[in-house]
Design a protein around this ligand. Structure first.
Ligand code: HEM
Length: 453
């Protein structure tokens, strides 16, 4: 049993009604047929939009010809107050150079270096976790923000600046809740982006604090006293092509996106994972049994052995992909499934629909981690599983997030038993990431205890 999909609308709707639905929740604004269709064309008064579920089209856009399908200026402008020119929004040569400087810090071998900081954050979360009825989305946001600060800057979330950045990010999200997805709004590019004054003010304050952290780090690097964390790795990286690294302003843009892309997404995935475990106690007990292998002092390689926990996390990313939709733009006339697609059309790729597509997946709406050990049942993953996107623009933090997700689940389930809360099942809605409409309260009981305190 899992929460029902968000209610989808049937049939056609007027543009203005669509806009209203969209502003409430992007998932329920979509028509039900997207769980079966290979492609859907939306004609808005301003441009055309194509949602592509056909794996050939997904591959074309993300992997075969990504240069012809850049992120649109709307995405960049929408996010500019907070993210400036970060790697998430740039295109072309600027983006390529940014990835050259960032990617090495996240490579497999170097992930090992971030492990102790990640583990310390997980252990702190186990210490902090209350018992009884617990709002787990809040706990998971706190945990993943802690992980980002510890791995990037070697400071815990209790650090004054880290705590303030975390608080301001939450405020920022309240004023601009559908950050990335704002680009999907079916409005024309020429309509000026109106940034609310509060949004601009919190973004400026966040950037000022991140600037301070970055400048302090630059000073430590100059003195040869910097810890070997992600910030140091990225700030000391030199581009093999031009020989230069990031200056402070460029680094501030990147830190802002690491924080934003790296903590909300993981918090979303971990919250849905805990709900799935609460609803499937037999799965939870298998994760608990496997977590024993972590031992007293968990090591990096022990996480690789948590095969079942990894399958659980994969299955959660299939059913609740934290980034439910991505958007690109055509730069030349295209032909998709025998239809002419004009220049400057919007191309939408939807992990949400692709991962639950009825013509691709066996029993798409059931939570079944064992499918990942069954060659036939996991086969659609090759072409229809993109929680981290795909191709050259794939999520920089994919390896980091998989390590984090598996380790955190194992640590939490080793210490606690999670059971459903008393209220109705959470309803998924898409804000910045896929969240529960009314929060997510679970019953948390320390293993070994018989009653919640
Ligand atoms: C479960 C956790 C995560 C999920 C599901 C996820 C998913 C994604 C997706 C789908 C994209 C592509 C978005 C698009 O093309 O519009 C993306 C991009 C990105 N992610 Fe993640 N992400 C996760 C965690 C992280 C972490 C931990 C970090 C960094 C510490 C990170 C950093 C980034 C960056 C920098 C980009 C932009 C890459 C580019 O455009 O070149 N993400 N992520």
């Amino acid at each position: 049993m899992i929460p029902p999909k968000p209610p989808a609308r049937e049939g056609r709707t007027s543009f203005w009604r669509y806009l209203r639905l969209f502003r409430k929740d992007i998932l329920s604004a979509q028509p039900a047929r997207l769980y079966r269709a290979w492609m859907a064309e939306f004609r808005t008064p301003f441009f055309r939009s194509y949602l592509c579920n056909d794996p050939t089209l997904v591959r074309l856009v993300l992997s075969d010809r990504p240069g012809d399908f850049p992120k649109s200026d709307r995405v960049r402008e929408g996010l500019a107050p907070l993210l400036g020119n970060s790697v998430f929004v740039t295109n072309g040569e600027v983006w390529t150079r940014q990835r050259r400087l960032i990617d090495p810090a996240f490579e497999g071998g170097r992930l090992r270096d971030t492990f102790p900081a990640m583990l310390a954050a997980g252990e702190a979360a186990v210490e902090r976790m209350p018992e009884g009825d617990v709002e787990v989305e809040e706990q998971m946001s706190h945990l993943t923000a802690d992980i980002i600060f510890r791995t990037l800057f070697s400071i815990p979330i209790e650090h004054r600046t880290a705590a303030e950045v975390f608080r301001l990010f939450r405020e920022h999200q309240r004023t601009q809740p559908i950050l990335n997805l704002g680009a999907l709004l079916p409005l024309p590019a020429w309509l000026p982006r109106l940034h609310r004054r509060t949004t601009v003010a919190t973004a400026a304050r966040i950037r000022q604090l991140i600037t301070e952290l970055t400048q302090e780090r630059a000073a430590l690097i100059a003195e040869g006293r910097a810890p070997d964390d992600l910030a140091t790795k990225i700030m000391t990286a030199r581009d093999p092509v031009d020989g230069n690294g990031f200056d402070t302003a460029e680094m501030v843009d990147q830190v802002a996106i690491f924080f934003l892309a790296g903590h909300e997404t993981s918090a979303s995935a971990l919250s849905w994972a805990l709900l799935m475990l609460a609803l499937h106690p037999e799965v939870q007990e298998r994760v608990a049994a496997e977590s024993v292998a972590l031992g007293e002092t968990p090591g990096f390689s022990a996480v690789a052995g948590l095969r079942y926990t990894r399958d659980v996390f994969r299955e959660v990313l299939r059913l609740y992909p934290p980034v439910p939709m991505m958007v690109r733009e055509t730069t030349r006339p295209e032909r998709f499934r025998d239809r002419d697609v004009p220049v400057r059309s919007q191309v939408v790729l939807s992990p949400w629909h692709l991962h639950r597509h009825e013509r691709l997946w066996d029993d798409p709406d059931s939570f079944d981690p064992d499918r990942w050990q069954d060659a036939a049942r996991k086969a659609p993953a090759r072409e229809a599983y993109i929680p981290f996107s795909a191709g050259p623009r794939v999520c920089t933090g994919a390896g980091f997030a998989m390590l984090e997700g598996v380790l955190m689940l194992a640590l939490l389930v080793r210490a606690f038993r999670f059971a459903p809360g008393l209220g109705p099942l959470p309803t998924p809605v898409a804000h910045l990431t896929v969240r529960s409409r009314d929060g997510m309260v679970l019953r948390v009981l320390r293993r070994g205890d018989s009653t919640p305190k």
